[in-house]
Every structure is written in structure tokens, then in C-alpha cells.
Design a protein around this ligand. Structure first.
Ligand code: G3I
Length: 417
């Protein structure tokens, strides 16, 4: 029996018995020594210069508001030039920031991170136009009096269109709807059940009473958001991609049901003519047994998406460590490497984004009370860690036309590189 601890809306599964497999890494091989002489961005330039992915390949990270870690400003500037070629706003492009009063939009904070990215030669992805969390105060829980009609006809269309149009045509993608599927989803649920089961805004009882009718008795807010996002991108003449983004799906861990709900959403939207271009697989993982998807499972999901004709993207990867042993760090490196490979070697995945660029800026520290976290590629002083070099090695292998490495995070009993 494994205990589940829920932090905010994001459950991370912690396993009582700690077990760290011996893993094999590309960075152990003589061919991948001396990587400190190169940078991730220079390898990305080779991949993109040779068009090895067909489309550009984006390797990104969150950008926080400059007031969050002003002491890291110079480091951040440097890394968005020599490491990442894609940025996403950690918080500044969310609804609470974009529409602080009803009908009054202020896109300054979001646009300034976009401009920072463009000035560093990076692409920018939008996160997000619709989420139950971090929405404006004027949309606060049980006090709101908006009807479904008002939300579907005015409030959601205004927000989605204004933000997408306002941020402009050069963005590569937007998470149009974020985390609409319930953690309590079970296999076989209809899309409506997947969503209404979440019993949180907008699928909640307007008077706060669980037995009262819910505000949105269905998933129509999802259709509204995507239809209006499509209208907006057409208006600005952009081919930016429209994603549904969620956690704990996209593989065999931990919720096959959430994955199935996402596929139901995808097929239902597509069959009713609502445009959606892909699924963002957030990927907040833990270096614990079964607390991350196997490489085979990650590939399986990408292939399923490809068969439906849409993209997959890794949108928020971090890997939380249970302890600071060398073995755990090696395992963490192998998980980063395997997840990266599953995107790199899939023709329908060209966005790979890390959630937080360095350990001292990681959201994990604010919510996870046990373990040592350290879920990013750079330590709290901004120095690259073993996972950084493993990721660089995986990219280098791809740039050199190497075959896909075996699934090393499963341990050396199944994969020796
Ligand atoms: O802005 C206030 C500031 O005024 C106040 O002084 C400070 C005091 O704690 O709080 C600030 O707000 C914080 C906000 O981030 C902006 O920094 C909130 O407390 C904090 O809860 C909020 O956390 C963000 C979280 O989303 C909210 O759910 C994290 O930084 C952000 O990394 C996280 O990102 C989400 C993705 O958007 C969606 N997927 C999951 C991912 C991780 O939870």
C-alpha cells in the first residue's frame, strides 16, 4: 500500500520503502566526456540547423517574475541564451494576472517575459488561458453570480481571445485549458464525468452545497475556450498550437484514468469540430519506484497522440529526489534522460519544458515537506548537476544521429548503455 500525499492540486506519490536502482548513463561513456566544453543551446542549434526533427525542437524552462529571484538575474539572462531556446511564464500569463478586474486586461507582466525571451533569441509558449486555480479574485468561488451562459458567451471568450490576441502571433503554443480533469477519475468515465467529478470551479455548486446543482454540469467550458482560442489565432494570423495541459497522465503513472479522460476529450473535441492540436504532459515526477512513466509507456502515449494526428509535449518536467545520495542523483539523471528521449525520438513532440530553471527557484520547495527536492538541472547556486550533463549527452547523441538509448531509468538489469 503506498501513501499518497496531496499538495495543492498536485499529488505526488511517496513510497514507504526506498529503493534506488543502479542505472546506466550516457555520461559514463568515454564518448560523452568533456561535455562541459559545450552548451545545450549550441547542440539545439545543430539539431535545428540540420532540421533533424523536421520542425524546430524547443528545450525550455519557466521564467519567473524578475522580483522573485532578483539575485539570479544575470544567471537567468545567461541561461536563456546558452541553455534554453524556449521560455514559459511561471505565473505571469495566468488569468489572475491578465484580467485583474472584470473586462480590464493588463498584459504587461506577461508581455515583458515574452519580450525577455524574444530578446534572448528564445521562443515563448503561453500558460495558460483557463485554469480553476490562479484565476482572478472577481471570479472567486461561491460568491460569484455568473451564469453558465455568461461564462460561455462573454467571460471565457473575452479572456481567451484578448489574451491570445494581445500576446501576438509569434508565440508557438498556448495551454488553452489547464487541469480540468479530476484526480478522482476512474476508467470508463465519460468526459463529463471526468470533468464534473473534479467538483471545483467551474464544475461546482454555486452555493457551496455539495447537493446543489453544479455551475457547469458538463464540459462545455472546454469547447468554449478552444473555439475562442482558435478564433483569436486566426485573427492574428498565427499558426500557434492549442494544447490541453494536465498532470498525472500521459503514461502508466499514476493515473491511467486521467490519461483516458484526456484522450476522450481529444477525440470528442475533434469529432465535434473543435480545434485542439495537442496534449501537454506536465511531468511532475519523483525519483521513486513507479513514480514516473516508463520510457515505453511515454512513447506509447506519444504514438497514440500521433495516430490521432496531434502533438504531445512535455510541459513542466521536474524530478523530486527522496534523498541526496549519489545513487538518487544518477537515477534522477536517467529519468530526465529517458523522458527527453521519449520526446526527441517522437516525430510529434517538439516542446520539452522544465518547470523551474534551478533548485532555489523550484516550486517544489514551497509545497513538498519531505525529501530533498532538488528537482531541476541546476543546483541552488546555479551550477549544472549530473542530470544537466545527462540531458546534454542525450541531445548530443540525437544531434550526432545516434540511435535511441535503451530505458536506463528502469535499472541496469534491463538497460546497459
Ligand atoms: O503573488 C503572491 C505574492 O504577492 C505573495 O507575497 C506571495 C507569498 O507567498 O505569494 C505570491 O503568490 C504565489 C504565486 O505562486 C506567485 O509567486 C502563491 O503563493 C503560490 O502558491 C504560487 O504558486 C504557483 C502555483 O503554480 C500555483 O498553483 C507556482 O509558483 C507555480 O510554479 C505553479 O505552477 C503550476 C502550473 O501553473 C500548472 N501545473 C502545476 C504547476 C506546479 O504547481
Amino acid at each position: 500500500m503506498r501513501p499518497t500525499i496531496a499538495f495543492l492540486a498536485l499529488p505526488i506519490v511517496v513510497h514507504a520503502a526506498s529503493f534506488t536502482p543502479e542505472v546506466s548513463l550516457l555520461t559514463d561513456l568515454p564518448h560523452f566526456q568533456g561535455l562541459e566544453k559545450t552548451t545545450i543551446r549550441s547542440v539545439l542549434n545543430i539539431i535545428n540547423g540540420k532540421k533533424l526533427k523536421g520542425t524546430p525542437f524547443y528545450f525550455g524552462s519557466t521564467l519567473a517574475d524578475p522580483s522573485v529571484a532578483p539575485q539570479n538575474a544575470a544567471w537567468t539572462s545567461a541561461r536563456f541564451k546558452d541553455t534554453f531556446n524556449l521560455a514559459v511564464a511561471e505565473n505571469n500569463c495566468k488569468w489572475f494576472s491578465n484580467e485583474p478586474a472584470q473586462g480590464v486586461f493588463n498584459l504587461t507582466a506577461c508581455a515583458s517575459l515574452r519580450d525577455f525571451a524574444f530578446q534572448s533569441g528564445d521562443a515563448f509558449r503561453g500558460h495558460n488561458t483557463f485554469w480553476h486555480s490562479q484565476r482572478p479574485d472577481w471570479l472567486a468561488n461561491n460568491t460569484l453570480n455568473f451564469t453558465v451562459e455568461q461564462l460561455n458567451k462573454t467571460i471565457i471568450p473575452n479572456a481567451v481571445q484578448t489574451v491570445i490576441e494581445g500576446l501576438g502571433p509569434r508565440l508557438i503554443s498556448w495551454d488553452v485549458v489547464n487541469e480540468a480533469i479530476s484526480d478522482g477519475a476512474t476508467l470508463g468515465m465519460s468526459l463529463t464525468e471526468c470533468v464534473v467529478n473534479a467538483s471545483r470551479w467551474p464544475n461546482f455548486a454555486i452555493d457551496g452545497n455539495a447537493s446543489s446543482p453544479v455551475l457547469f454540469p458538463d464540459s462545455s467550458f472546454i469547447n468554449t475556450a478552444f473555439l475562442n482560442a482558435d478564433k483569436a489565432r486566426k485573427k492574428i494570423g498565427s499558426d500557434l498550437l492549442l494544447f490541453y495541459n494536465d498532470y498525472n497522465g500521459g503514461g502508466d503513472f499514476p493515473s491511467q484514468a486521467k490519461t483516458e479522460c484526456a484522450f476522450k476529450m481529444l477525440t470528442q473535441l475533434k469529432s465535434s469540430g473543435v480545434p485542439i492540436d495537442g496534449i501537454g504532459i506536465q511531468s511532475h515526477y519523483s525519483a521513486n519506484p513507479q513514480a514516473f512513466p516508463s520510457k515505453a509507456s511515454a512513447h506509447f502515449t506519444m504514438d497514440r497522440l500521433k495516430n490521432i494526428g496531434v502533438m504531445g509535449a512535455i510541459t513542466e518536467l521536474d524530478v523530486w529526489l527522496p534523498d541526496n545520495s549519489t545513487e538518487s542523483l544518477r537515477w534522477q539523471a536517467s529519468i530526465f534522460g529517458d523522458i527527453l528521449d521519449s520526446c526527441l525520438f517522437s516525430s510529434n513532440c517538439n516542446e520539452f519544458t522544465l518547470w523551474d530553471p534551478r533548485d532555489d527557484e523550484s516550486w517544489l520547495d514551497s509545497i513538498v515537506s519531505t525529501g530533498v527536492h532538488m528537482g531541476t538541472l541546476f543546483d541552488a547556486s546555479g551550477n549544472p548537476k549530473l542530470p544537466y550533463f545527462e540531458v546534454l549527452a542525450r541531445l548530443t547523441n540525437f544531434a550526432q544521429g545516434g540511435a535511441e538509448p535503451c530505458a536506463t531509468s528502469g535499472g541496469t538489469s534491463v538497460c546497459v548503455l
